[in-house]
Design a protein around this ligand. Structure first.
Ligand code: PHE
Length: 477
């Protein structure tokens, strides 16, 4: 295996790191997933739980994950193993990195499929297909795309290739510049859409739907989905922020960066939600119509508004770019692991992994047509299953273990050199990581899952902790 490599490639500045991390966080999760799961889970109360999770679990775990990466100086598997060794803890902690590496690959397998829909919509919009489109036409347009596995496969392939090409060139060159341009443009166009939303006559209703909490609609499963989404949308729990943190210079402020990432990510999701539900309610559409929501609503807005062709084309281009900057961050943990630990060069690693992930993604392509009626875990399609296992189990579990490692294994001094909080906030931070976040994740996970799954997870966690304990005891003797 040779000498292990460490991450050395530092970001050119703190601002660039923040932009790249925001680029990872802001993606399909904000524009596509947040609105549709909010619609499916009844609105207000769901949003409130999601916001609480971002604040109480998301931000502390985000800070911890970046800190673990910067302190461990390597890909997630190696960083955890480095830190465990330094602190005399079990090397089994490397499994936490492995969980993340695997989750990143699984998420990417459906991410390129959905991003492919946006690529297709970009070309449709450009060709003028959305001009004067009404709600029912938008609906059948989307249904026709879903019914065609070859077309979905084609766009999935395009997206996978672009991701592979960018990552194989190394993160810095093209990416930093693209993100610099993309984020402000995305925000601007969302504000234009927000302006349009206020003219639909359903803006107030949309606002109420998102912010008036009706807890009678909330089930344990929706609490689990809200919590899982907080992890997904902030890109935490799987090691993306850990690798990005491993490229971060010691001088940068992790606290400041994390607050910016969380703020930008949340603001963009909420604006997207306001826009989409204004269109839903003003056109008598179904809030709970599922993964197609973004694609069934926005063409209607672009079809009606002045300059809709221009804004529509630009918007879908930006969705694709936002998805790309997230896609590359999903594959980065596993690529850097291959590169640093297995001596497989970045370029080769990306092609091997990218191809495997692409093949797995075909399952998601088929979920919307040929395999529509093939179900796992109860009612879920192949896509639904991969999404559920990653967002609602693997990421929260990863985040929980990161919080535990940070608060219970790292020393006070180690934490202080990474996290620049005042001593008052530091107390809260550690209290949150030690107790609140882990307990919240455990309670929500075990109540939201069906019994057999939660038992499985409990057994896995217990085995892990027991293994770590035994390792520690035998090592001391
Ligand atoms: N945060 C991204 C989004 O919201 C998805 C993502 C998850 C990216 C985890 C990297 C790691 O679309």
């Amino acid at each position: 295996m040779g000498q292990l490599k460490l991450s050395t490639d530092l970001w050119s500045s703190q601002t660039v790191f923040i932009l790249a991390a925001v680029g990872s966080a802001v993606g399909l999760g904000n524009l596509w997933k947040f609105p549709y799961i909010t619609g499916e889970n009844g609105g207000g109360a769901f949003v409130l739980v999601y916001l609480a999770c971002v604040l109480l679990i998301g931000i502390p775990v985000l800070m911890s994950e970046i800190a673990l990466g910067r302190a461990g100086k390597a890909n997630p598997v190696q960083a955890m193993s480095n830190l465990a060794r330094e602190n005399g803890a079990s090397r089994l902690w490397a499994l936490l990195g492995l969980n993340g590496v695997l989750a990143g690959a699984l998420i990417l397998s459906f991410y390129t499929v959905i991003a492919g829909w946006a690529v297709s919509y970009f070309f449709q919009s450009f060709s003028g297909a959305f001009v004067d489109m009404n709600a029912s036409e938008a609906n059948s347009h989307f249904d026709a795309l879903m019914a065609n596995p070859y077309e979905l496969l084609f766009w999935h392939t395009v997206m996978s290739l672009v991701t592979i090409l960018i990552v194989s060139k190394g993160v810095k060159a093209g990416l930093e510049r693209a993100i610099n341009l993309m984020l402000p443009a995305l925000l601007l166009i969302l504000l234009v859409l927000l302006g349009y939303a206020t003219t639909t006559g359903a803006f107030g209703k949309s606002f109420n739907f998102l912010f008036a909490a009706d807890f009678s609609k909330l089930t344990w499963e929706s609490v689990l989905i809200a919590m899982g989404h907080a992890f997904f949308t902030l890109s935490i729990g799987l090691g993306t922020m850990m690798v990005y943190g491993s490229y971060l210079s010691q001088k940068s402020s992790i606290v400041k960066a994390s607050l910016w990432i969380a703020f930008a990510d949340t603001a963009i999701a909420l604006i997207a939600g306001l826009v989409i539900f204004s269109i839903v309610f003003s056109n008598g559409l179904e809030a709970g119509s599922g993964p197609g929501l973004l694609f069934e609503t926005l063409p209607v807005a672009f079809g009606q508004m002045a300059g809709g062709w221009f804004f529509g084309t630009l918007f879908f281009a930006l969705v694709v770019m936002a998805a790309l900057s997230s896609a590359i961050s999903l594959i980065e943990p596993v690529v850097s692991w291959f590169d640093q630990n297995w001596g497989i060069k970045r370029e080769k690693a990306v092609w091997i992994l990218g191809t495997l992930i692409w093949v797995f993604g075909i399952g998601t392509v088929l979920s919307f047509n040929v395999w529509q009626d093939v179900h796992f875990l109860g009612e879920k399609t192949f896509f639904g299953t991969v999404d559920y296992l990653t967002s609602n189990i693997m990421l929260p579990l990863g985040g929980l273990l990161m919080a535990v490692f940070m608060a219970w294994v790292m020393t006070k001094e180690q934490i202080k050199t990474q996290i620049d909080l005042s001593s008052g906030w530091m107390k809260w931070f550690i209290l949150d990581l030690k107790w609140l976040s882990p307990i919240a994740v455990l309670v929500v996970s075990s109540s939201g899952l069906v019994a057999s799954e939660s038992v499985l997870i409990m057994v896995a966690i217990s085995l892990f902790l027991y293994g770590a304990y035994v390792w520690n005891v035998t090592r001391k003797n």
